[in-house]
Design a binder for this molecule. Structure first.
Ligand code: GLN
Length: 249
């Protein structure tokens, strides 16, 4: 019996750099291995919103691309806010993380209002923060990814960071050791990489939240070959994590 899960890939044409589309592929593959039927809906500017949205994934993009999609994002802001309030899991990387905040002042002085799902604001600087990044998250243990941004993000009082930067990473702003933010089941983060292939625990959190919300419980139905494939994938992820960890910056 098919058990569809509808995944929205937000702005894959304009907001998709440093491998962010790998997050969509990872969720799609993993859901199928758990015995669910992933349905990916690419939502670019002016595209219709799908009837169901169980899980929403958005990537990064440079300032020019952020300016390009911003009006379309405003048009969808009420929908996204309602879904976030209702517990829909979302993963927003870098450029879309910034626009899920309250505002982003670009380095050339433009001000882009955000959609305020995450209490945070971002200020563009002329220094870029680039490199592999390891952070500690209370929910997911060590999270391993790659950051490349010039915006410095500051969380509002009471907003929970996604993680705490270890070693010499920069994270949200290079000053307070916070990285990303977590509001309801919404994760905002600077972690590219792609993030999810290297962090199966985060994939499983997003999947579980999506499935529980839609079906009332997470009941994987994996054949032995699928279980074997999941453990093979997790072993590869583990090796990728070890390599990235050894090459900090
Ligand atoms: N334009 C933003 C910055 O540089 C976001 C970049 C990104 O998504 N990688 O801060």
């Amino acid at each position: 019996m098919a058990r569809p899960i509808d995944i929205v890939s937000l702005y894959p044409k304009d907001m998709n750099i440093y491998g962010d589309s790998g997050n969509v592929l990872t969720i799609e593959r993993r859901l199928a291995l758990y015995g669910y039927e992933p349905r990916v809906h690419a939502v670019n500017q002016r595209d219709p919103w799908p009837d169901h949205a169980d899980l929403i994934l958005g990537g990064g993009g440079q300032d020019t691309c952020q300016k390009k999609i911003i009006d379309d994002l405003y048009a969808r802001a009420d929908t996204l806010r309602a879904l976030a309030d209702d517990g829909v899991p979302m993963l927003m990387i870098c450029g879309l993380y910034q626009l899920f905040g309250d505002y982003f002042e670009t380095v050339d002085g433009a001000r882009l209002e955000g959609i305020s799902i995450i209490g945070a604001h971002t200020v563009g600087r002329d220094v870029r923060m680039i490199g592999n990044l390891v952070e500690h998250s209370d929910d997911f243990g060590d999270v391993i990814g790659y950051e490349n941004h010039s915006g410095q993000t500051f969380l509002s009082d009471g907003v929970r960071p996604f993680g705490t930067v270890a070693h010499d990473g920069m994270g949200n702003n290079g000053e307070d050791h916070t990285e990303g933010a977590r509001v309801h089941n919404v994760i905002g983060t600077y972690m590219h990489g792609s993030l999810l292939p290297k962090n199966p625990a985060i994939s499983d959190f997003l999947i579980r939240a999506a499935v529980e919300r839609r079906y009332g419980g997470f009941r994987p139905e994996s054949a032995p070959a699928q279980r074997e494939e999941l453990s093979r994938i997790d072993r590869i992820a583990q090796r990728a994590r070890e390599v990235a960890r050894l090459r900090p910056r």
